[in-house]
Design a protein. Structure first.
Length: 362
């Protein structure tokens, strides 16, 4: 039987997003012995404890100092895991010094960047990483960020996010096709939270050139966020063929992957946030679709050799046009991507990496 682990995280299901999905699928793939304490409100589940660890005065995370010992003892967990470097990692550092408890830390990219904003946070992050038994990074790109922040190279384990969406249901696919009159359309799909750094505005700009080269193009944007109003205005101003779906269920999301001809998401460099990996690229490849991304963060690693990474708008226009007009290219990239996911991005393979590291914690 594997060791019992208790993960503390402020990002978990039913919240949407890559990190919440990562932890949700990790828990399902782990089996018995992986429990979660989270501040995210949601349904009751065995092994998931939903609680609040903020209070009115600074620092707001202080309740973690007694909640971590309480839930560790209550659950019988042997080891602790921090879902965020700061402040959860800070609280686990205190528990390590107070009780000698071992812990490890998950890192996704943004958490590293936020921890480097001032001298105090950089010192705290370095201390948390140095005392951790090991660090789990969601990509080699994030692993390098973790090492720069203070993690010992020998303690960093890369465990990729894995697609968990069920296969598209034919009834849902047909219903969407009829509702939106998709027959004969060349569909570009983006799935993302609509924030500036995701680069959706750049795809809209490229689309104005693609439509003159490819007939019957439709750009479908799945997701919501603070930039949606701005993006809708941009699409209207240029009279572009765009469909904003808003947030959708996993069932509908699977159908959109099935319906699209190419998946595109081109994040931009940001001082505030970073694309540590990008599970949506792997989801699209799992559905056998060609993907286009940008040379930013962990995106090239998520896409691998089974897709196209671009640096400029001109390259983006060419990539989308080529994939949409060349059936052989589109099919080849889709098949390569599907095989790549089947061989490398399985929950069993990635979870086993973390289990092996936990087993070595002693």
């Amino acid at each position: 039987m594997s060791a019992k682990v208790l993960l503390f995280t402020s990002d978990f299901e039913p919240r949407q997003g890559g990190v919440a999905q990562y932890y949700g699928s990790l828990r399902k793939g782990w089996g018995e012995g992986f429990q979660v304490a989270t501040s995210v409100v949601g349904p009751s589940e065995v092994g998931v404890y939903r609680l609040s660890w903020t209070w009115p005065v600074w620092p707001k995370w202080i309740p973690l100092l007694w909640l971590i010992p309480k839930y560790k003892l209550m659950t019988g967990a042997q080891f602790l895991a921090a879902g965020e470097l700061l402040p959860i990692g800070t609280a686990m550092l205190f528990s390590h010094f107070a009780f000698g408890w071992k812990y490890f830390v998950f890192m996704h990219g943004l958490d590293v960047q936020l921890s480097q904003r001032n001298i105090w946070k950089r010192w705290l992050a370095r201390s948390v990483l140095r005392c951790a038994s090991f660090v789990v990074a969601n990509s080699n790109y994030t692993a390098e960020l973790a090492k720069e922040a203070g993690a010992k190279p020998s303690t960093v384990v890369v465990a990729y996010p894995c697609p968990t969406l069920a296969r598209a249901e034919s009834g849902v696919v047909n219903e969407l096709r009829e509702r939106h009159r998709l027959n004969g359309r060349n569909i570009i799909l983006t799935v993302a939270r609509l924030v500036e750094r995701k680069g959706v505005a750049d795809i809209l700009a490229a689309l104005s050139h693609v439509v003159s080269k490819v007939p019957n193009v439709l750009y479908v944007i799945v997701g919501d966020g603070p930039e949606r109003i701005t993006l809708e205005a941009q699409a209207r101003a240029q009279n572009l063929p765009v469909l904003f779906t808003g947030s959708v269920t996993d069932t509908e999301l699977s159908a959109w992957y099935e319906l699209c001809d190419v998946f595109a998401l081109t994040p931009i460099v940001s001082q505030v946030d970073v694309e540590g990996f990008g599970i949506v690229y792997v989801e699209a490849q799992a559905a056998g679709k060609a993907v286009v991304g940008s040379m930013v963060g962990g995106v090239p690693e998520a896409i691998g050799e089974a897709g196209v990474c671009v640096k400029t708008e001109v390259e983006l226009v060419h990539a989308l046009t080529d994939i949409l007009t060349q059936v052989d290219l589109r099919t080849s990239l889709g098949e390569k991507g599907k095989a790549r996911v089947a061989n490398n991005f399985t929950q069993f393979k990635q979870v086993e990496k973390i289990k092996a590291a936990v087993a070595n914690m002693g």
